[in-house]
Design a binder for this molecule. Structure first.
Ligand code: B12
Ligand code: SF4
Ligand code: SF4
Length: 330
């Protein structure tokens, strides 16, 4: 059995069957693209600003030969969103913790073969979707997401860099064709067709706005019930219709994340945050971002002063409360 087959089998035993391999190399072809995006102001604060770091996997392993891309399916159901909701990717245990546990296990397996291996997920400078598409794990759709055949785009992406030389897989074809559903459904027209091909204006994307610390008043009418993240350009995608759900037990959604209570969210204290929300993928932005978005939703939907954040201990929350009252002339 080849090393590639051994790794694929080990991943399968661990419930991971969307795995691909590509050569570890500098992605020179992406540098004009990233530079142009920077010039056009499309880059956002969560992206690595130094282009050389974005295209160079050797900063993580000097003698790396192969990148293994792994897609972790996270969707447990396609239930319709409520008026106010957390996006699907935030509803379970923080994916950084979950995927790292699986990948460290795979790294140990590779090390057992006498090789080096390190794992990465999300918080790194590399273009994870591009690596996944190069590895044949899926294709990048017009909505910018990496779409797999079996699980659609509801997957997280992780990578293992190893010094094993493994035969790469071939990329698969982009199958969007003439479909434009995601472009047409994006509430902020953030998916644009321009000089750079199809691109995403990360700075107007509602997923970003829900996570941004300081937002302008113009976004108060746009969030429309989104508490953290945005799934709109994924939920209408035909490739997300007939998909297999996740069997990764750690991604089972918490009930309180699926069926939310706005009153609870508007009044989160430190203890509740620590016990229930910090452990999810939206925990990293802190308690007040969730609270702020809940207050925006409550006032936007009810259009009344039903809540009083006047007494909130945080000046940040009080500031948003008064701005909302002013904005909605309440
Ligand atoms: C910054 C960031 C964001 C920002 C910016 C999003 C964006 N459009 O890139 C914000 C906060 C808005 C965001 C939102 C989301 N994100 Co995010 N995010 C990231 C992060 C940290 C960096 C991505 C980045 O640099 N983006 C800039 C763009 C330009 O680069 P890119 O996404 O890597 O891919 C582009 C290039 O590869 C290029 N490209 C592809 N092929 C080719 C070929 C050539 C020749 C050229 C020149 C270019 C090119 O096109 C791609 C699309 O624009 C990654 C983790 C990582 N390290 O990659 C996660 C990541 C991309 N996010 C992820 C997720 C889950 C999301 C959300 C779905 C969450 C949600 N429900 O709200 C949304 C999706 C929004 C959307 N439609 O893109 C997943 C992607 C899963 C998937 N199936 O694609 C990632 C990989 C995290 C992870 N490890 O799982 N995210
Ligand atoms: S995540 Fe939402 S706002 Fe962002 S591109 Fe998709 S539909 Fe538009
Ligand atoms: S909605 Fe249509 S255009 Fe958008 S990613 Fe899906 S298939 Fe592609």
């Amino acid at each position: 059995m080849s090393n590639k087959e051994k790794i694929i089998n080990f991943c399968k035993i661990n419930g991971l069957d969307a795995v691909g391999f590509s050569e570890c190399r500098i992605f020179h072809e992406l540098s004009p693209y990233f530079n142009k995006r920077k010039k056009q102001g499309l880059e956002n604060e969560f992206e690595e600003p130094i282009v050389d770091k974005r295209i160079n996997p050797f900063i993580y392993m000097l003698g790396g030969k192969t990148i293994i891309s792994i897609a972790f399916p996270y969707l447990y159901n396609l239930d319709k969103d409520q008026n106010t909701y957390f996006s699907k990717y935030t509803q379970s245990r923080d994916y950084h913790i979950v995927t790292t546990k699986y990948m460290e296990n795979i790294c140990k397996f590779i090390e057992g073969m006498g090789a080096k291996a390190i794992s990465l997920v999300d918080s790194n400078s590399l273009p994870e979707r591009y690596i996944a598409s190069m590895s044949g794990v899926g294709f990048i759709g017009k909505n910018n997401t990496l779409i797999t055949q079996k699980y659609g785009s509801y997957v997280f992406l992780g990578e293992i860099i190893t010094d094993l030389v493994i035969e790469p897989d071939a990329p698969i074809k982009n199958n969007c064709g003439n479909c434009n559903i995601c472009l047409e459904s994006c509430p902020t027209n953030s998916i644009v067709e321009g000089e750079l091909g199809i691109n995403n204006n990360a700075n107007t994307c509602l997923s970003y706005i829900t996570q941004k610390k300081d937002i302008d008043d113009c976004w108060f009418d746009k969030l429309n019930g989104r508490i953290f993240g945005c799934d709109t350009c994924q939920s209408g995608c035909p490739f997300n219709k007939e998909i297999k759900f996740s069997t990764i037990k750690e991604f089972r959604p918490y009930e309180y994340m699926e069926k939310i209570d706005l009153k609870v969210l508007m009044n989160i204290d430190n203890k509740l945050f620590k016990d229930k929300y910090k452990i999810t993928s939206c925990g990293w932005r802190g308690k007040n971002i969730i609270k702020r978005n809940a207050i925006i939703s409550a006032i936007y939907i009810e259009k009344s002063k039903i809540i009083s954040a006047k007494g909130d201990t945080s000046p940040y929350i009080r500031d948003y409360y008064y701005r909302l009252l002013k904005h909605f002339k309440l």
